[in-house]
Design a protein around this ligand. Sequence first.
Ligand code: XIL
Length: 375
Amino acid sequence: MTPLRRRSLLAAPAALLPLARALAAAGPDAPEPDAPVPETPGLAAHAAARRRFYGSALYEDALAADPGLLAHVRAECGMLVGEYSFKWASLQPQPGVFRFATAETLMAFAAANRQRVRGHTLVWHEANPQWLLDRLAPATGERLLTGYIAAVAGHFRGRLVHWDVVNEPIHPEDGPPFGLRDTPWLRALGPGYLDLAFHACAAADPGALRMINEFGVDYAIDWQQRRRDKLLELLAHLLARGVPVQAVGLQAHLDAGERALNQTVLARFVADIASLGLKVVVTELDVRDDGLPADIAVRDAAVAAHARAWLDAVLANPAVLGVLSWGLSDRRSWLDQRFPRADGLPQRPLPLDASLRRKPLWSAIAAALAGAPAP
Ligand code: XIL
């Protein structure tokens, strides 16, 4: 069937007239209707052909409100991660009160589509409920941390493929020790909070791959080099102490306007992680374009080329298990709040556009996956 085009709507059969009228009334700037799911293989299939996975974050409101997006998520993703529903403020909004319903809705959707789910995240300095921050102190910290992990990782035991046990622990600008970020957990428990968290997760759900997930390790610029160095140092210290960390998540919040993408530096960083015996997952890929002009074709091409260069360097290492993007479609990205464009246009950071059509970034991810070596 040929896709509906506006100019052909004058001749539309009677049954299509309401749609034709709605589109005509909406005018040229109205959003395009959702694109149908293509019949050609999705990114999950491209990844599986190289024994990797592809998946994306899902914003939980979509589960009830965005069937168009869900159809494409089914077709493109072999793995899902909740954008918010597995964070502490969502799972334990009050002391003693656990709310698993939203996370379980996502689990059920994934199970119905035979998709795997990764857990994000047990320990972070954001998305914590106020009651937790109020109670967190040296005397209470260990019990709060290990009790929460036992409850939450225990609840999902055997059903998640990964846990981001600790999210974003590195921030060298905060000073010693180990380049660790100054967080409520560090203040209450010292660097040993990481040890506690990883041991608690290993006990509660031994089958989930235990990860540190980090951002800002992508470019050959000084502050990111310091972050890479500190992350490697931290991993070596943890492993030397017998802390059961198994993998590193590279968030990959990329910037198409950043020129310091150096494939040699990136490949060496991934090789350094792998040489510690750790796996790597690209966990939150998206590409901001607020440094680029408005023109859509220009932006889409630059975003795709940038991601391709980054992914080629990273996926060249067989320790890299797969790729997830932080959302599937430009119709919703956290970047529009976090880094709004000066011209007010929405960012175009994800594989599908706002009407769910595959973009050059989709092709870049497919091609990068196709080039991955045998694991
Ligand atoms: C973001 C979500 O996308 C937002 O919806 C939420 O309000 C804040 O968190 N790194 C992470 C993610 O590890 O958890 C963040 O997700 C994006 C940056």
